[in-house]
Design a protein around this ligand. Structure first.
Ligand code: SAM
Ligand code: SF4
Ligand code: SF4
Length: 341
């Protein structure tokens, strides 16, 4: 139960926390960790710089006291962090978390789904950009086939890490011709598919507006084959706009961060693997908590640092994007693989 509520300058409370547990990943999706940059010699964070599980759990407890009710583990790829199930188990014991989830590329899920479920993970969001093997092999940058991810999805379903959401980033000329097939496939299986507009997170992916397929275009492509109608959000602040199939067999979501930004409802705080809090996906700096934490700060001291930062939060990057100069837009920004979405 939250002890206090803390609001930012736009009156947005702190509700969701995304905990990035590692900057490493077994994929090299070009829009996130281009293989030519993240090669063999790339220096990821050394182990001692990562927050320990005990440190993460302690900080999450403080976020919950300040109002957070949802916790999502992400990365990099959360399943490559050693003994991640132990973190899940400790977080499952934190009173006040209503939703404990993970975003994963699912590659390691077949062998880990049961352990994660037993540890207390409630559900998973699986990233899968296409069911077309050739397209997917390109989009994960490691030539992994679709079957590896589908096996992970089946494992998650069979152990009850449900409802499962599937996230697909849409890039023009890359996977946009495969969206309707995906929609049909997941409609038949009852999983919620969500299309994400390709975003200009970080500076390494060479993002161009021309590569973005708008949510409106995505919806109209699907609607032409599988008729859709809009439905209400599940809760205030839900980032995906929801549409249901008119034949009553399920729904899709579109996350229109570029063309229909939703900063006004953004209640998310990110915790980076080395212990900084980042108040916007497009921020250029975070606020260090690991330093004070390792120097002996009390929970009250840490809560004070977090509260002070949240109170002055005025982020609304996506709403400002259209009016930004290229120079401003491409200034130093946190990378997606570092803070996890
Ligand atoms: N590795 C895990 C995975 O891929 O599910 C978790 C971390 S990943 C950074 C979280 C989500 O961010 C994924 O669904 C991924 O597709 C999405 N993502 C990464 N870069 C993106 C970009 N430039 N635009 C939109 N979504 C992006
Ligand atoms: Fe890895 Fe996820 Fe980034 Fe792809 S999107 S490179 S799976 S962290
Ligand atoms: Fe939230 Fe920043 Fe995204 Fe706006 S741009 S929705 S403030 S993370």
């Amino acid at each position: 139960m939250a002890l206090t509520t803390v609001n930012d300058t736009y009156n947005r409370p702190l509700r969701d926390v995304r905990v990035s547990v590692t900057d490493r990943c077994n994929f090299r999706c070009p829009y996130c960790m281009p293989a030519e940059i993240f090669g063999e010699r790339y220096k990821f964070l050394p182990r001692e710089e990562l927050l320990t599980f005990e440190e993460i759990v302690r900080l999450v407890g403080i976020f919950v006291d300040l109002g957070a009710v949802k916790v999502r583990l992400t990365g990099g790829e959360p399943l490559v962090r050693k003994s991640i199930e132990s973190l899940v188990e400790q977080l499952a014991g934190v009173e006040g978390i209503e939703d404990l989830t993970m975003t994963t590329n699912a590659y390691l899920l077949p062998s880990m789904a049961q352990t994660l479920k037993d540890a207390g993970l409630q559900r998973v969001t699986i990233s899968l950009d296409s069911l077309d093997d050739e397209v997917f092999r390109k989009m994960n940058g490691r030539n992994f086939g679709v079957d590896t991810v589908l096996k992970g999805l089946e494992a998650a379903e069979s152990v009850g890490l449900t409802p499962i959401k599937v996230n697909a980033v849409v890039q023009r000329g890359m996977n946009d011709h495969t969206l309707v097939d995906m929609a049909r496939y997941f409609k038949e299986r009852g999983h919620i598919l969500r299309f994400i507009e390709y975003m200009d997170v970080g500076t390494l992916n060479g993002w161009r507006m021309d590569d973005v397929v708008s949510a409106a275009q995505i919806v109209s492509m699907i609607d032409a084959e599988l008729p859709l109608e809009p439905i209400e959000a599940n809760y205030h602040g839900e980032v995906a706009r929801r549409y249901r199939y008119k034949d009553g067999t399920g729904e899709i979501g579109v996350i229109a961060s570029v063309t229909q930004p939703f900063c006004g409802d953004c209640t998310r705080l990110r915790l980076s693997p080395e212990g900084s809090i980042v108040t916007c996906l497009f921020a250029n700096v975070g606020t260090d908590l690991r330093g004070p934490l390792r120097a002996g700060a009390s929970d009250a001291d840490l809560a004070e640092i977090i509260t002070r930062r949240w109170r002055v939060r005025d982020d609304r990057y996506s709403e400002e994007r259209a009016s930004m100069t290229d120079e401003l837009r491409t200034r130093e920004k946190v990378e997606m693989y570092h803070i996890g979405g």
